[in-house]
Design a protein around this ligand. Structure first.
Ligand SMILES: [Cu+2]
Length: 203
């Protein structure tokens, strides 16, 4: 009895499998557009493409790995890191921790990332070549924005305060291509801070 049932199920499936061989339907306007991590998705911790993880940490070693993707989505004309711009979100990291950055530019437009003071990131048109902390930048951030390329660097902030991960390509940071980097004395662990309301609204 069970075998017969399985057989009839199989026969029922056959006509449909034929349909699978025909070309896929044309995309209609209004079809959902897949959430984009795009070409840079390989730099994110595996298996987290739909719900990306932008931070990994080792509390005992006092180390944090941050994953910063330029043009993660289309917000702010692509001038965003991990979908955030204008310092509406960013990282909070305990003072004295080592910060390991993996940067990837998902766009054909040149972008870079460097650490500068928050008010400099907001106002200055050209951030220059020198980051606030030694080593805290992609190579030649103001002239050689990278395209579709992975860059890694690390630094250890020796000062608490309000800083930014800012795009060093001229005009970008002042136009919002920056997220905050708060180095805090009494913090127990690092966090990636996303503005809760806007994300919940499906911004
Ligand atoms: Cu940029």
């Amino acid at each position: 009895m069970k075998i017969h049932h399985a057989l009839s199920m199989l026969l029922a499936i056959v006509p449909f499998s034929g349909a699978l061989a025909t070309p896929p339907e044309e995309k209609k306007a209004g079809d959902p557009v897949p959430e984009k991590a795009g070409r840079c998705c390989t730099v994110l911790p595996k298996g987290e493409i739909k719900n990306p993880v932008f931070l990994k940490q080792d509390i005992e070693k006092k180390e944090v790995e941050v994953f910063i993707i330029a043009t993660f989505d289309k917000s702010n004309y692509g001038m965003n890191f991990n979908g955030l711009s204008k310092s509406e979100g960013g990282y909070e990291i305990p003072l004295g921790w080592k910060v390991k950055v993996t940067f990837c530019n998902n766009s054909d437009v040149p972008h870079s990332v460097m650490v500068v003071e928050a008010d400099v990131a907001e106002r200055k048109i050209n951030l220059g070549e020198d980051p606030y902390f030694d080593g805290a930048t992609t190579p030649k951030p103001n002239t050689l924005g990278t395209t579709n390329k992975i860059e890694k660097f690390e630094f250890t902030p020796d000062e608490a305060g309000d800083f930014s991960f800012a795009c060093g390509f001229p005009t970008h940071s002042a136009n919002g291509h920056r997220i905050f980097l708060k180095i805090k004395k009494d913090l127990k662990q690092a966090t990636f801070v996303v503005p809760a309301k806007e994300k919940a609204a499906g911004k």
